[in-house]
Every structure is written in structure tokens, then in C-alpha cells.
Design a binder for this molecule. Structure first.
Ligand code: UDP
Ligand code: MG
Length: 319
């Protein structure tokens, strides 16, 4: 925490993966916003924008180095390879937590309105240590993205994973909250689920989410589904319980089937039931595969966590 009358040092953490098209535009927007807040005395003059290059294969890192040379406001670290948005974000947050009082994570593509940072900092000044940016509408999304995102949050809710509705990864965290987050050692990262577990006083501010300034999304349906599966299986064992319930119902049905078969034999009405046998066998065959898959997902996750591999490796930094 800062001394009462000194403005807090802010770090804006920006994960970037192949963002050479959009970075010149969005970095300008970040600069304008942070400088305005420094001038207004809302954040300290040591505040910075920290880019995390997530193993980009285009000119993103060269761009970050150039930005850092031109303006001391900009800093950058590079990961040794692409580790994905969540890991890159964590790398940035963990890197700056000793140097800042507050950190705001934001996407590199200009979709998140930088102006909301001011509301976040104000909320921090009022005593909130975690401030979630919640999008006010989804006008700029395609109908598909909109409905799949809604399905995602619904599913999370159903599976008892505590998330903030329509909050992605645009949020403010105090260094105290970051220190607490550092104690979460899991490898399967789903920050949206982890931050609510960190606790502390929190609130949300709403902002308008815009279309990407340039470039294309790195979150195709396959990655979104991956994130949803990670989010659920890393935070909830409900799917396993559902499998258990399903097994129970299936065995009850099986017992009824056996009784039915015995009754049929008793009345002398045997054979003729080929179709029903096939239906039952194939249904339970499929159900068993599905159940095994769910169990396997957790076993695999346990395996991955047990290796305790590093979640990212920083290979380079500006200056
Ligand atoms: N990103 C990253 N590593 C990846 C994929 C994405 O650091 O492997 C970054 C990306 O540069 C952007 C943010 O994560 O700053 C969100 O990605 P994107 O805009 O592609 O996703 P969308 O907004 O479409 O969900
Ligand atoms: Mg985006």
C-alpha cells in the first residue's frame, strides 16, 4: 500500500501475441491514458506500461523494444515461447508486482477502453483491491461470439465456478492481491476463476468493449472451448459428480432391464428384441466413453499439476 498522500504507482500489463499491426495504435492509447492520469495526480510518475511478448513470430518484440527506447513509460519482457494469453498475463503481473502498487491488465488490441482505467484507479482509492472491468454491451461482437460467450458464462455458473459475468481479463489488482495470487501455484491457469478466490474488497466498473483496432483474434472457437474446459475442470469437480449420478441412474435402469428380461423369460416372450439390445448397448457404450473422458480430464490435470513445471520462462527484457 502507498503512503496516504502519494499517488500509487500503476503498471499496465499488456500480453501481446503477434500484435505488430495493432500495437502502434494501442500503445499510443495506453500512453495517452497513463500520462493523463499521471498529470491528474491519480497515479505516480513511476507508472509504466509493461508489454509481455508471448513468443510472437512477427515483429512484435522489435516494436516493443523500439517503444521502450523512445519512451521510458514503456517496458517489455519476452517469454521464451508462446505460452498462451493466461500465462503471458501472469508473467507480466508477477514481474511487476514488486515495483507497483497497482497493476491493470488489458488486451493489446484496443478492445478494452483505456478510459475505464481511471474508474478502476478511483475505485482503488476508495479502498477496493480488485476491480473488475465488465463490458457494458456486446454490440461489436459477432452474433456467434456473443452467444458462445453467453453460453460460456452460463456453463461456468452451472458448474459452480465463481466468475464475474462479462468480465474478461481487464482488471485492476493491488500489489497485495498480486502477492496473494502468487501463492496460487497451479499450472492450469484460469485467472478469471482464480482472482475471485484471492478475495479482498472488490468491485466492478463497466466499459464499452470495442472492435479490434487491427489484426485478428487469437481466440478461435477451439481455444475458447479449451479455456472453458480448463475453467471448469480446474475449479469444479461437478462434472465428476454428474458422471457419478449418471452411473447411478444407468445402473437403476439396468436393474429394471434385468427384471423386465426375467419377466419376459417367465412369460415365454423371448428373442425378437434385437433392436432394443443394440440401442441399449450402444447408448451405454457411448455413455461410458463420455464418463471415462471426464474422469480422464481430471486425471490428466492432476498429472500436469504434479509435474510443477514453470508456467512461463522470461527470456528477454527491455533496457
Ligand atoms: N494473446 C497472448 N497469447 C496468445 C494469444 C493471445 O498473449 O497465445 C493476447 C493477445 O495479444 C491479446 C489478448 O491476449 O492482447 C487477447 O487475445 P485476442 O484479442 O486475440 O482475443 P479476443 O479478444 O478475440 O478474445
Ligand atoms: Mg481481442
Amino acid at each position: 500500500m502507498t503512503h496516504c498522500n502519494q499517488p500509487p504507482t500503476l503498471y499496465v500489463v499488456v500480453p501481446c501475441y503477434n500484435e505488430q499491426e495493432v500495437l502502434p495504435l494501442s500503445s499510443d492509447a495506453f500512453r495517452v491514458q497513463v500520462q493523463a492520469m499521471i498529470s491528474a495526480g491519480k497515479v505516480g510518475s513511476a507508472s509504466r506500461v509493461l508489454f509481455v511478448d508471448d513468443g510472437s513470430t512477427d515483429g512484435t518484440w522489435e516494436l516493443v523494444e523500439r517503444l521502450a527506447q523512445e519512451d521510458p513509460l514503456f517496458e517489455g519482457i519476452a517469454l521464451s515461447r508462446n505460452r498462451g494469453h493466461q500465462n503471458a498475463l501472469l508473467a507480466g503481473l508477477m514481474d511487476c508486482r514488486d515495483r507497483c502498487d497497482i497493476a491493470i491488465s488489458i488486451d493489446a488490441d484496443g478492445q478494452d477502453d483505456p478510459a475505464a482505467m481511471e474508474d478502476m484507479v478511483d475505485a482503488y482509492a476508495r479502498g477496493c483491491e480488485v476491480v473488475y472491468g465488465v463490458r457494458s454491451d456486446r454490440k461489436t461482437d459477432t452474433a456467434f461470439k456473443r452467444s458462445s460467450a453467453r453460453g460460456f458464462y452460463r456453463l461456468m455458473e452451472r458448474m459452480d465456478v465463481e466468475t464475474v459475468y462479462d468480465h474478461a481479463d481487464y482488471r485492476l489488482m493491488s500489489s497485495r492481491a498480486l502477492d496473494a495470487l502468487a501463492q496460487f501455484e497451479e499450472v492450469n491457469l484460469f485467472l478469471r476463476g482464480m482472482v475471485p478466490l484471492v478475495g479482498f474488497t472488490s468491485t466492478s466498473v463497466s466499459y464499452e468493449r470495442r472492435a479490434r483496432l487491427a489484426g485478428t483474434s487469437h481466440y478461435p472457437l477451439s481455444k475458447m472451448m479449451g479455456l472453458a474446459i480448463d475453467g471448469i475442470t480446474s475449479f469444479s469437480v461437478k462434472p465428476m459428480r454428474l458422471v457419478g449420478c449418471f452411473g447411478l441412474v444407468a445402473s437403476l435402469l439396468g436393474i429394471i432391464g434385468i427384471i423386465w428380461a426375467l419377466v419376459c423369460v417367465a412369460i415365454g416372450q423371448t428373442v425378437s428384441g434385437w433392436a432394443s439390445v443394440i440401442v441399449v448397448v450402444s447408448f451405454f457404450g457411448g455413455a461410458q466413453m463420455l464418463s471415462l473422458g471426464v474422469v480422464g480430464e481430471y486425471v490428466g490435470k492432476t498429472y500436469l499439476e504434479s509435474k510443477r513445471r514453470p508456467r512461463y520462462v522470461v527470456s528477454n527484457r527491455t533496457k
